[in-house]
Ligand binder design. Structure first.
Ligand code: UDX
Length: 441
């Protein structure tokens, strides 16, 4: 059992950082969070979470009040306070390229380093291309007054919507380190999780970096695999949901991440596989991951196919039709619209002349900012009113639970595209609907 509790800092209070900071306080640590965005820091200090994540607002309020969690924009203050620093800044896809934009990671390390006057551990948590940690270590050492400062890499695997649970009870911890001292610091920084028996994999920097991209590549591949089967099902008259259920009973395959439909989106899977393709190219091992291009393409084809399914229901043109789009977030229980398949489909129908009316329980505000040309409404009822085609594109519970007879009274025409394979076709057809889905007759 470890008893020493290091003081922690979290640099970057976006999705990952804010969750990490709050959860580490919940685990008993004192934490300071830093961001360069003053507005974000202002909101967090008031106990406001700047994004939707179930369970997080309650914990933030609890800990801001307790005084164990505070926020700042000062690197000096952070360096003074903490023994272990977690760098949690974003690594978005570069515009017009596949590779990851590392400017925020570089900026975090270069801003922190000059203030480090005693031996501390700086831990990268951001998802980065292999080789970044080694580069950051050199960069940091060239800028710190204290040359004993060490670096470690500790990838994060949290899912949006389950971020609190995934952070407090992770499946595993991965510590990429260069020394026993760094490992001990990390064990102390995660003591309650380590003591709960969570597997800890101690490894080198490159492996730690790769674990994260490998995990996300595997998940993306699994989804695209079943979506490729959906394409085959569409031409053979087979049903991909029954197929997935049948193969998933084989424990070696399993049912998870085998839900065929509109495919993956979000701030991680799409950009991580593309960054991996780009990095593999730089390293001269592009062949090893060339299948990921196909994974990406299968995923994008599902969006185009969904647009076509809607067209089938209205005689070949969206012009002059009213299309109810249910869902804008990339998945339910999230307000994140980054690379959202739902919003992509909605925008594509809008470009083809359809009057797209979108409802999402959480993501409307974010969606409106990116696609102001589409129409947004505040309730499911408003979206359905007078619709020629209803498209379920993000599987919120509110949409899954729709009663086809009730909904049938609201729309102009009983046409539905089930983009997530969550409705019962028998029930919907019985209620007089023309039902279309991906990979299902
Ligand atoms: C993902 C990884 O799961 C997480 O470990 C990593 O840290 C970040 O990326 P997240 O982006 O929150 O997490 O979403 P996830 O729950 O993995 O779903 C990703 C996408 O795949 C969503 O768009 C979802 O709708 C889609 N999906 C998921 C499917 O289409 N089918 C499935 O069977 C599962």
């Amino acid at each position: 059992m470890t008893t020493e509790r290091p003081k922690l800092s979290v640099i970057g209070t976006g999705y990952l950082g804010a969750t990490h900071a709050v959860c580490m306080v919940e685990l008993g640590y004192e934490v300071i969070g830093l961001d360069v965005d003053e507005e974000k820091i202002g909101r967090l200090t008031k106990g406001e979470v700047p994004f939707f994540e179930p369970g997080l607002p309650e914990l933030l309020t609890k800990h801001v009040t307790s005084g164990k969690l505070r926020f700042t924009t000062s690197y000096e203050e952070v360096a003074e306070f903490a023994d272990v620093h977690f760098v949690c800044v974003g690594t978005p896809q570069k515009k017009g390229e596949y590779s990851a934009d590392l400017r925020y990671v570089e900026s975090a390390f270069t801003s922190l380093a000059p203030h480090l006057t005693r031996k501390v551990l700086v831990v990268g948590k951001s998802t980065v291309p292999a080789g970044t940690a080694a580069h950051m270590e050199k960069l940091m050492r060239s800028l710190t007054p204290c040359k004993d400062v060490e670096l470690a890499w500790n990838p994060e695997f949290l899912r949006e919507g389950f971020a609190v649970k995934d952070t407090l009870h992770p499946d595993r911890l991965v510590f990429g380190v260069h020394s026993d001292w760094a490992e001990q610091q990390l064990r102390a920084a995660f003591a309650p999780i380590v003591d709960a028996g969570t597997p800890v994999i101690v490894t080198d920097f490159a492996t730690a970096e790769l674990v994260k991209v490998a995990a996300n590549s595997f998940l993306a591949t699994k989804i695209s695999f079943i979506n490729a089967m959906a394409e085959v099902c569409e031409t053979t008259g087979a049903d991909v949901t029954a197929l997935a259920e049948a193969i998933g009973h084989d424990e070696r395959i399993g049912h998870k991440f085998l839900r065929a439909g509109l495919g993956f989106g979000g701030g991680c899977l799409p950009k991580d596989i593309r960054a991996f393709i780009a990095r593999a190219g730089e390293l001269g091992v592009d062949q090893a991951v060339s299948f990921l291009r196909e994974v990406d393409e299968i995923n994008l084809r599902r969006r185009a196919r969904t647009v076509e399914l809607g067209l089938d229901l209205i005689d070949g043109s969206y012009r002059g039709t009213r299309i109810a789009v249910l869902g804008a977030a990339f998945k339910p229980n999230s307000d994140d619209i980054r690379d959202s398949p739902a919003l992509d489909v909605a925008a594509s129908i809008g470009r083809r002349g359809g009057d797209v009316v979108i409802f999402d329980p959480q993501a409307i505000e974010n969606a409106r900012r990116v696609h102001p040309e589409l129409i947004y409404v505040e309730s499911l009822d408003e979206a359905l009113a007078g619709a020629d085609v209803t498209m379920l594109l993000t599987e919120w519970d509110e949409f899954r639970g729709m009663d086809p007879s009730v909904v049938g009274q609201q729309v102009a025409q009983r046409n539905i595209v089930d983009g997530r394979n969550v409705l019962d076709p028998v029930q919907w057809r019985k209620a007089g609907w023309r039902y279309r889905a991906l990979g299902r007759p």
